[in-house]
Structure formats: C-alpha cells, structure tokens
Ligand binder design. Structure first.
Ligand code: NAD
Length: 285
C-alpha cells in the first residue's frame, strides 16, 4: 500500500487547538460567530453546511444558518449579506456554492466584507494571496488545509516541482498561489494542458482537483511523489472515491485518502479562519 496521509488525525489535532483558542476568546468576552447562507435545497450542499455547523458547535463557535429558497433574488441575497456585514456578532460569512443560475456568484463574493470573508474569495483577499501580502487576510480553506497537511508530511517545499491539476477559484488557483508563496516551482494544469503525463511523471508533489474518479494513477507519478487527492466523487453504488487510483503496492509514495484526507482539513481550516477573523475584530489582541 502507498502510505496514507492521515487528514483526519491532523484535523482532529487542529480542532483541539481551536477549541482551546475559542475558550480563551470567550473568557475575554469574544464569542466567534459564523453565518452560513444556503440558497436552495441541493442535497450535497445541505450535507456540507450541516457538517460545518456541527464542527462550529463542537468547538464553541456560534453558528447561524440562513436557508433561503431557490427563488431568492440576487438583490435579496445581497441585502442579507449587507445585514451580516453590519452585525458585530458575526465574524465570518460563508455563502455555500453552487448558487442558483440567476445569481451572479462574483457579485456575491465581492459583497461580503473582506474582513468577514471566511472563504477568502473576495477579490481583495485573492489579490493579497497572489501578492503574498504580509498583513493578515483570510485564505481559501481547502488549499490552506492542504498546506497544513504538507507542513506535516512534506515540510520542505522550497524549489520542489509542484503540479496542480484543476484551476477552480475554490481549489486550483489559490493552491497554485500558496505553493508559489512557499517557494515551490508550480505548474497549473487544466483541461487544455498538453503532455500532462510528462508533467505527472516528473512532479515531486501533485494536487489533483479535477472531479473525475481515477483520473490519476499512482503508478504514473514518481516513485517518491506526494499526491493530494482533492476529488470527491460518488459512484453509482453510492461509494465515495477521489480522483486518484492507488495502484502502487509497497511504494514510497504518500497519498491523501478519500474520505479522510483533504475533506476533514477543509472544515477544520474553516473554523481556524473563523477564530482568526474574530481575533482581528477584537480590540483585545
Ligand atoms: P471544478 O469543476 O470547478 O474544476 C475542475 C478543474 O479540473 C477545471 O479547472 C478543469 O480545467 C480541470 N480538468 C477537468 N478535466 C481535466 C482534464 N482531463 N485534464 C486536466 N484538467 C482537467 O472543480 P473544483 O470545485 O475544483 O473541485 C474538484 C473536485 O474536488 C471535485 O470532485 C470536488 O467535489 C472536490 N472538492 C473537494 C473539496 C474538499 O474539501 N475535499 C473541496 C472542494 C472541492
């Protein structure tokens, strides 16, 4: 078996630290608060939102779910965001994607106050990430969770060949920027990339965020490659698989399992970002 990166364990350790930070903040009179807006009734989104809320509750973070009907107008959603921007009890605002087709996602992301933008999608925060700004700004939680896993399992990224496959706003693009900020040499591949096999065969680190079962075989990667599988795909039989097929018995490679790899880290990082924003809003620290 390829060696597995234990995302669950790293996420649980992080949650223990977060719970202790929340206690300290509460003792100072600061209760971190997150508002999650869900528009519509997409079953997968409902599960994601429930998991986020459960994690917040477990850690002592206040969470408010705002469930709006699919028919909600963009103006109404923007008005709700304005209200939350002005509410001092709310430190973090998350709008669950995907939004119904009649709502412009870019306008929604830009409407969230940058200092409450827990997903790090506001253009100001994206710009800070791309510029490797020194001051605090929230960063996208899935790639940030991956950076936390790498700190544990691949601490020296300097000069390493990192290949990111998939260039979504949620994963691939911020991943590219974070690895670049960590001084890796980054290649961003996507559906038009030529000679992908060649890039895969020479990369020290591969982050796969494509959304296709068994898109990458471990046997196509270097013998000591570290592979991060972001994909979450549900097969017809109901089972969950990632984008990677582990066909390398006894290899020295490292791989994140699905489930139990990147998923738990995303939620833990979301909570971490929430308490960081709460600290930023407080005058005590
Ligand atoms: P997306 O659909 O927005 O982007 C997919 C990307 O893959 C695109 O940039 C596309 O160019 C690229 N791609 C598609 N086919 C390709 C090919 N043949 N060769 C090279 N590149 C190709 O997806 P996303 O939102 O980034 O999500 C990707 C996967 O990660 C999904 O399965 C999603 O469910 C999962 N995901 C998991 C987490 C988590 O916390 N574990 C978080 C976000 C997304």
């Amino acid at each position: 078996m390829t060696k597995l990166i234990d995302g669950k364990q790293v996420a649980n350790d992080l949650k223990v630290q977060i719970a202790s930070s929340v206690k300290k903040l509460i003792a100072l009179g600061i209760t971190p608060g997150i508002a999650v807006i869900l528009v519509g009734e997409d079953p997968a989104s409902q599960i994601y939102v429930r998991n986020k809320q459960r994690a917040a509750e477990q850690l002592g973070i206040d969470s408010e779910l705002i469930n709006l009907p699919t028919t909600t107008s963009e103006a109404k959603l923007l008005a709700k965001i304005d209200q939350l921007n002005a509410n001092p009890a709310i430190d973090a605002i998350l709008v669950q994607a995907p939004l119904p087709a009649h709502i412009n996602e870019e306008r929604v992301q830009s409407a969230i106050a940058p200092e409450k933008d827990v997903d790090g999608f506001h253009p100001q925060n994206v710009g800070a990430l791309y510029n490797n700004a020194k001051s605090y700004y929230p960063q996208a939680n899935t790639p940030r969770g991956i950076m936390t896993l790498l700190a544990e399992y691949m601490p020296d990224l300097v000069g390493k060949k990192a290949l990111v496959i998939g260039r979504s706003i949620l994963v691939g693009r911020p991943m590219m920027a974070m690895l670049n900020n960590a001084d890796a040499t980054v290649t961003l591949a996507h559906r038009h990339t030529q000679d992908l096999d060649q890039l895969i065969a020479t990369a020290d680190l591969i982050v796969v965020a494509v959304g296709e079962p068994h898109f990458l075989k471990m046997s196509a990667a270097k013998a000591d490659a570290v592979v991060i599988d972001v994909g979450i795909n549900r097969l017809e039989d109901g089972s969950l698989v990632g984008d990677v097929l582990d066909d390398m018995p006894d290899s020295a490679q490292l791989l994140t399992p699905v489930p139990g790899g990147v998923g738990p880290m995303t939620i833990a990082m979301l909570m971490q970002t929430t308490i960081e924003l709460a600290r930023q809003h407080s005058t005590f620290e």
